[in-house]
Design a protein around this ligand. Structure first.
Ligand SMILES: Nc1ncnc2c1ncn2[C@@H]1O[C@H](COP(=O)(O)OP(=O)(O)OP(=O)(O)O)[C@@H](O)[C@H]1O
Length: 269
């Protein structure tokens, strides 16, 4: 990771709550201009909320988010759109537009529509065949790939992605994670993800969230920390596959009862 004196993105004691319920407790974090960061943690830990705060999509109830040393809220939307590429966990356009139209809208939002043609961007990302496809006609994995392509189209210095690989098959997920980690060598890339092995294999920095707080923050050696088991509520078996340690999770308590379907359900012949 770079040791840039001014972080490109900084959270200073940022908190967020909804209807009196605190979802992210006072959190401070400094992210340099370069590096790949994975945010992991159990369901409901506050990972997506933290990412939305970083993207300026949620206004903190306390503290502040700085983008390039200036408060996020004081920066024009166009500046934010140019600086931050945000890939949400779920996305559905208001109208069933085509991939090309979606891309044109993204380029326009970042004021880059005069410089880049949507078709050229799609070709660059190997997605030209989808140009005229309507959003609703795409599979979940295709939607994720198109979305990432629209986000990367503007070459944002900061890329924030919320579970971008969730709907992808094993090959595309690996390609995507590798591409994001590679991008982290020259830009800031922050990815919320559930695949711990991919996070520890490819990312420079791993941030673990639990109950609205950052509870661990370090490099891939965190895979060995017994605190990881505690925060995920499982026992991890560590399988040494040099240079990596793979994590195989075991339930600490008897597994949840699953209804049995054998017995008395009559099958019609
Ligand atoms: N707009 C909201 N209104 C009320 N509660 C919310 C809102 N957004 C998030 N929450 C709650 O805050 C908690 C954290 O949500 P968040 O989506 O940030 O978790 P997460 O770590 O990303 O979870 P997951 O891994 O399941 O995606 C959850 O309990 C969620 O229900």
């Amino acid at each position: 990771m770079s040791t840039s004196p001014t972080p490109v993105l900084e959270l200073q004691n940022v908190a967020w709550s909804k209807r009196g319920h605190t979802i992210v407790h006072g959190t401070s974090l400094a992210l340099p201009a370069c590096g790949s960061v994975a945010i992991i943690g159990p369901n409901g830990a506050g990972k997506s909320t933290l990412l939305s705060l970083m993207a300026g999509l949620h206004k903190p109830v306390a503290g502040q988010v700085l983008l390039g040393g200036t408060t996020m809220q004081s920066q024009p939307i166009a500046t934010r759109a140019k600086t931050i590429g945000f890939m949400p966990q779920r996305f559905a356009p208001h109208w069933d537009i085509t991939v090309e139209e979606l891309l044109a809208m993204r380029l326009k939002a970042a004021c880059l529509h005069t410089q880049l043609a949507p078709q050229a961007v799609l070709e660059l990302h190997g997605m030209a065949a989808f140009a005229h496809a309507r959003w609703s006609s795409l599979s979940g994995g295709e939607q994720a790939r198109v979305l990432l392509c629209t986000v990367l189209a503007t070459q944002p210095p900061v890329l924030l992605a919320d579970e971008p690989g969730a709907a992808l098959d094993v090959r595309y997920r690996l390609e995507l994670v590798q591409a994001l980690a590679q991008r982290g060598r020259s830009h800031l890339v922050v990815v919320v993800m559930h695949d711990l092995d991919l996070a520890f294999e490819f990312f420079d920095r791993i941030i673990v969230m639990n109950q609205g707080r950052i509870v661990l923050d370090g490099d891939r050696s965190l895979a060995m920390s017994p605190l990881l088991d505690q925060h995920f509520g499982v026992r991890f078996e560590r399988i040494n596959v040099p240079p990596q340690v793979l994590l195989k999770a075991h339930l600490q308590q008897p597994a949840m009862a699953v209804p049995s379907f054998e017995s008395d359900v009559p099958y019609a012949d």
